[in-house]
Write a protein that binds this ligand. Structure first.
Ligand code: KG4
Ligand code: ZN
Length: 353
């Protein structure tokens, strides 16, 4: 029996420095991540220069951690896969340079991975029986798109966001509500205590097209919050916000979070169901950080069965940026002989090509 193929996956497209190790494209042996989140928090968003600097400082340790967890040495690695786009230019450069160095030093093939394709491939790692074609929904901090996955490297984009990505909208609304960064997980948590029906917000629908738009929803939240602050009675001097307005009460913040989340999730679900109707496909894979969202998962679970649709959500550790998904998609690339040249360049604005 031949020995399993072990691929190391390197991911540095944003603020996570991640290295995963996957056997035969499916078995996750390690998924190590270091995040520079704490350093970005005071700024309310990712600062590219800080992210790149932290990748340089931590990538070797993260790689060593992944190898230790996988109980492997570098010699046991058969190929090195790396995200070369889309992402922050400086951040991508660190991962690509590191992966090239490993590939040269070890004499192993280098595999170039598209970050969005890797997010969707996490679905195939989760459900081994999953076969293309299927509808893919990528929901992350930088992207929101619907596509048909015909096979590895063969994607047909059906619709994209025309402005903010949905994760970006979660983050900006959280900032507006004074909930810190990143906003997705905290809005997800707070919404469970809120009542979406108390806050009427527009459902951001672009008629007919499978495109998305989230900036209008974000503005509607801003207007709702400004109005609520202006009309609120501050109970005491110390309840006054820095801008002189009364801050929203805890329940009101939870209600706004739930109202926003419901509007965003509704449009993601309805457009995806429409994509299935148009393409005649009955399987959906949801990938990217926002795929961790519990309400998004619940809404698909509520609506898909009646339409005989199967929805695959990877586990949260494979939804957020991680190295295992990069190593996982490296396996079919290696099998197909799609080896990257050692003069591989980063491609910060690529999108499933
Ligand atoms: O895929 P990802 O880790 O990085 C990018 O490729 O952008 O996605 C990060 C995004 C952030 O905007 C974060 O707020 C969002 O995913 N996110 C969530 C949740 N967990 C992470 N959004 C909503 N609900 C969550 N539970
Ligand atoms: Zn991502």
């Amino acid at each position: 029996m031949s020995r399993p193929v072990r691929i190391l996956g390197v991911e540095t497209s944003c603020d996570e420095t991640a290295v995963g190790c996957v056997e035969d494209g499916r078995r996750v042996l390690a998924n190590a991540v270091a995040s520079s989140l704490e350093l970005h928090r005071p700024y309310g968003g990712v600062i590219p220069e800080i992210a790149a600097r932290l990748h340089v400082e931590t990538i070797w340790d993260v790689c060593a951690q992944a190898l230790t967890t996988a109980e492997l040495t570098l010699e046991d690695i058969d190929a090195v896969a790396v995200t070369h786009g889309p992402g922050l230019p400086g951040a991508l450069l660190i991962g690509v340079a590191f992966a090239k160095g490993l590939a040269v030093a070890l004499g192993r093939p280098l595999l170039a991975v598209d970050h969005l394709a890797a997010h969707l491939h996490a679905g195939q790692m989760t459900e081994p029986s999953l076969e293309p074609p299927y509808v893919g929904l990528v929901v992350s901090g930088g992207h929101t798109l619907l596509c048909v996955v015909h096979g590895e490297g063969r994607y047909e984009v059906l619709g994209e966001t025309r402005d903010d990505a949905v994760g970006e909208a979660f983050d900006k609304v959280a900032k507006l509500l004074g909930l810190g960064y990143p906003g997705g997980p905290v809005i997800d948590r707070l919404s469970a205590q809120g009542q979406a029906a108390r806050v009427t917000l527009p459902k951001p629908h672009i008629k007919e097209a499978l495109d998305f738009s989230f900036s209008g929803l974000k503005t509607a939240v801003y207007q709702y919050v400004s109005k609520a602050q202006a009309t609120a009675e501050p109970h005491a001097e110390d309840r006054e916000g820095a801008d002189g307005h009364a801050p929203l009460g805890e329940q009101q913040v939870a209600d706004v979070a739930a109202g926003f989340q419901e509007a965003a999730v509704s449009v993601l679900v309805s457009k995806t169901l429409k994509a299935c109707q148009r393409t005649g496909l009955s399987t959906i894979v949801v990938g990217g950080g926002v795929a961790c969202n519990r309400r998004l998962r619940a809404r698909f679970a509520e609506e898909a069965p009646a339409k005989h649709l199967r929805v695959v959500f990877p586990p949260p550790a494979l939804c957020v940026d991680n190295g295992a998904m990069v190593a996982g998609i490296g396996f079919p690339l290696l099998q197909q002989g799609r080896i990257a040249p050692l003069d591989l360049v980063t491609d910060p604005s690529r999108c499933l090509t």
